[in-house]
Design a protein around this ligand. Structure first.
Ligand SMILES: Nc1ncnc2c1ncn2[C@@H]1O[C@H](COP(=O)(O)OP(=O)(O)OP(=O)(O)O)[C@@H](O)[C@H]1O
Ligand SMILES: [Mg+2]
Length: 165
């Protein structure tokens, strides 16, 4: 099951994403949290350590490894000749690699960190040039590709903290 927290700025998306993901993890369910917000605060919300000098964990950004992600996911799919030919809505086909939640693969190995009790992935910080209608989607495109290639089963959860609006 994929659950995205969306809504107006400051309405509680990050707080609720973190509480929900922590609740699932503590109840023993397989769960992955994804920070898809422009301001990346989910790690801090998942693991609010206030002791001096403690920084929240940072997940290696999905968007910074988009070419590797596409290359891995396209596998030997003959209809996708190169990573460049793959856009965020390109569906998997014969030869594509499908992912299992928190599976033993290079995508999860490279991108998942532990924030408190919860495995976390992140798009990465958005830069000034990413903001706006068109560009913002390029970062979330990495999350879309991940979700498009994920074969999740009942009782498994992906929780995505989205950006305002
Ligand atoms: N149910 C609640 N009751 C009272 N305060 C809350 C509640 N949920 C969140 N808050 C507080 O509201 C503020 C905004 O919450 P949060 O950062 O989760 O919102 P957001 O929707 O993720 O914001 P943004 O759009 O900036 O990402 C925080 O200070 C948070 O502690
Ligand atoms: Mg937020």
């Amino acid at each position: 099951m994929r659950v995205a927290f969306v809504g107006k700025g400051g309405s509680g998306k990050t707080t609720l994403s973190a509480l929900f993901a922590r609740h699932l993890a503590r109840s023993g369910a397989p769960v992955l949290a994804i920070d898809g917000d422009i301001n990346q605060h989910l790690a801090e919300a998942l693991s609010p350590d206030t002791s001096p000098g403690t920084e929240p964990v940072t997940a290696p950004p999905l968007a910074a490894h988009l070419t590797e992600l596409k290359d891995f996911l396209r596998g030997t799919n003959p209809r996708i000749a190169s990573p460049e030919a793959m856009i965020k809505t390109t569906p998997p086909g014969r030869g594509s690699r499908l992912l299992r939640l928190l599976g033993d693969d290079e995508v999860h190995a490279r991108h998942v960190v532990r924030a408190g009790d919860v495995p976390l992935m992140a798009t990465g910080e958005f830069e000034e040039s990413d903001l706006g209608v068109a560009c913002y989607h390029s970062k979330l495109g990495a999350v879309e590709l991940y979700l498009n290639h994920l074969v999740d089963t009942p009782g498994e959860y992906v929780v995505v903290d989205m950006t305002a609006g």
